[in-house]
Each structure stands twice: as C-alpha cells, then as structure tokens.
Design a protein around this ligand. Structure first.
Ligand SMILES: Nc1ncnc2c1ncn2[C@@H]1O[C@H](COP(=O)(O)OP(=O)(O)OP(=O)(O)O)[C@@H](O)[C@H]1O
Ligand SMILES: [Mg+2]
Length: 321
C-alpha cells in the first residue's frame, strides 16, 4: 500500500527542467539478460540522488549508460539537454564519474594524474583548482606521491579528485564508501554537501543505507533492472518513522472489543498478540491513551515492546522477491 502510494508520487510532475533525463532506457548484455528494463528517471539540478539496489540490480550499468560508457539500445538519455549519443562530447564534459572499480595510473603522481584528467576534458590548466580539490580530499600532502604507493582508501580519494578536476556539473559516485574508513566517509559526505551548495548535482550508489539516509534528497530503488521506487527521502522517512507496539495478552482475545475501535489495533489469529502502529511524532499521549483504554476494558498484558522501521527495513522488504 505504502509502496504503491510512493510510486504514484514519484511519477508526479516536478518543478524544474531535469539536468539528467532518462527515457525508456533498456540494456541487455546478451540474449535473456536484461540489465536495465525501460528505465525512466529525471534528476533535478542540484539534488543528491541515491540509487539503492542489491548486487547485480543494474546500478553500475545505469550510471555507465548515462555517462556514455555502456552502449544502449532502445532509449534516450540527455544531460543538460545534450543527448549522450548525438552530443557525446558536450554531455560528457558536464559529467564527473568515480567508478566502482579503482583504475589509476599506478606510476603517475597524484598531482599529474589529477591535472591530466582536467586536460582530457579540454579545460585549461588550473593549478589553483587542482590544489583546492586535493586539499578538500586531504590529499595535499600526497600530491607528489606515486599512486601505487597509496592505500586503497587514498586511491579512492584520487579517483574522486580526478572526477572533480574538470569542474563537472554532475558527479556520479558509484559505491564511494566501498573499502573506505569512517573518517574518509565523513569527509566525503561533507564534500558532497559542499559541492551541492555550489550547484553540483550528485548521483550516488551505496549499500550503506545510512549513507543514503545521511546524504540523499531523493532515493531510487532498482531491482532486476527496474526502478521500483523513487521518493523524497523525507517523505520516505516519515513513512518509515512509524512505530509498532507489540503486546502479549494475559488472556488471548482474537477480536478487538468495540470499546477499543478508536485505536489502530490488530490481533494475531490466536489472539495472543496485539499490535498497535502509531506515528512517533504524532500525538504525544497516543500510547498512554491506549494503555488507559486497555485497562478500562480489563485487558491485562503479559509483556510489551516497541520497534521502529528504518530505511533499511523498507529497502529489504522492497527488494525481496
Ligand atoms: N560487461 C558485462 N557483461 C555481461 N554482463 C554484465 C556486464 N556488466 C554487468 N553485467 C550484468 O548486468 C547486471 C547488472 O550489473 P551491474 O553491475 O549494473 O549491477 P550493480 O547494481 O551495479 O551491482 P553491484 O551492487 O554488485 O555493483 C548483472 O546481472 C551483471 O551480471
Ligand atoms: Mg555496481
């Protein structure tokens, strides 16, 4: 029910002209393997969009398709109005990509590789910009180090610096937190927020739901190559914010008495357990009213506990078959 409502909301028209517009995009790597199945997705300028989905769902393929790295068959993708096939160069210039797999020039220095990356996109040299990027990623003291001498996490920082070297308007981060320590993760979150204030749009994939919760304005869930949900994170969190009070009854009762009809109660088939679902930010007294009314009806409890659903819970239930 909730899922259906969210899916409908996701299709409602939005205000701005999207910076990325994906239309009826499909991709198969061979007969019978549909990596992407008629994807439609608009990303708004300046938003942070988190793409979630299990292994093999199609996240990297989708990012690759938008960046022009994966050849698409049916479908269209536009970046700031430029078609990624017909206007490949113009579209590609606007994009920075931090790929899931680390690929760096092992024998180059950090400074050279980041500066070179800027040149690849036809931007004139800007030592000041490269310096700013390296400092923001705590790489300044490593600027003369050869990349092969860096740790995995530092290599990932270099990948991010490379992606930012040509001042892209859209930054794709494919699993930025894989193999990254807490300090870099926090640095990265801060950097992403800073970039957003400069108007950069960010699309990231992650298996850390906490990361989506921390950073994203909107969340998209992909499964078997299909987008099954797109929603504002705050709306999602409001939906997820529901709490459940579970009560074990002293004397089982499978029918809720009429005197308790005002409460959102349901009973298990054998009547041993009742559940009550409520908004934690709703009426402050909802739970105490319920307990008073239970007492008034002579219902005695053996035990009770509360649980709160998280983004992780809904994600898991969404991607289950
Ligand atoms: N180059 C390729 N050749 C053949 N099949 C591929 C190729 N790349 C991806 N696939 C297949 O396409 C599907 C989607 O893969 P993709 O890498 O996009 O998933 P993902 O959501 O990024 O997964 P993960 O979370 O593991 O990174 C998978 O079934 C995968 O095996
Ligand atoms: Mg991937």
């Amino acid at each position: 029910m909730i899922v259906l409502a969210m899916t409908i909301a996701a299709n409602s028209p939005r205000r701005m002209t999207p910076i990325i517009s994906v239309h009826d995009l499909s991709k198969s790597y061979g007969p019978g393997t549909k990596a992407l199945d008629r994807i439609n997705l608009d990303i708004q300028p300046g938003e942070i969009f988190a793409l979630l989905g299990p292994n093999g769902a199609g996240k990297t393929t989708l990012i690759g398709a938008i960046c022009g790295l994966v050849r698409i068959e049916p479908g269209h993708v536009k970046v700031a109005g430029f078609d990624i096939v017909a206007d490949y160069r113009a579209a590609r210039k606007l994009i920075g990509l931090v790929p899931q797999e680390l690929t760096t020039d092992a024998f180059e220095t950090v400074w050279a590789t980041v500066s070179f990356s800027r040149g690849l996109f036809g931007k004139s040299a800007s030592p000041a910009h490269v310096e700013k990027v390296l400092k923001a990623l705590s790489l300044w003291d490593k600027k003369d180090a050869r990349i092969r001498t860096l740790s995995g996490g530092m290599k990932r920082r270099v990948m991010i610096a490379k992606a930012l070297a040509h001042e892209p308007r859209v930054l794709f981060l494919d699993e930025p937190s894989a193999g990254v320590d807490v300090a870099l993760r926090k640095d990265m979150w801060a950097m992403v927020h800073r970039l957003r204030t400069q108007g950069v749009t960010i699309v990231l994939t992650t298996h850390y739901i906490e990361e989506a919760q921390e950073m994203a304005d909107r969340v998209g869930v992909i499964r078997h190559g299909e987008i099954i949900l797109v929603e504002e994170k705050n709306t999602l969190m409001r939906e997820l914010g529901k709490k459940k009070l579970t009560m074990q009854l002293h004397d089982p009762l499978a029918t809720i008495p009429a005197g308790l009809a005002a409460h959102n109660l349901s009973a298990s088939a054998d009547g041993t357990e009742w559940t009550y679902v409520y908004e934690p930010h709703g009426s402050q007294d909802a739970v105490s009213h319920l307990l008073d009314d239970l007492h008034g009806q002579g219902i005695r409890l053996k035990d009770l506990h509360t649980t709160q659903s998280s983004l992780e819970d809904i994600f898991v239930s969404l991607v289950k078959e």
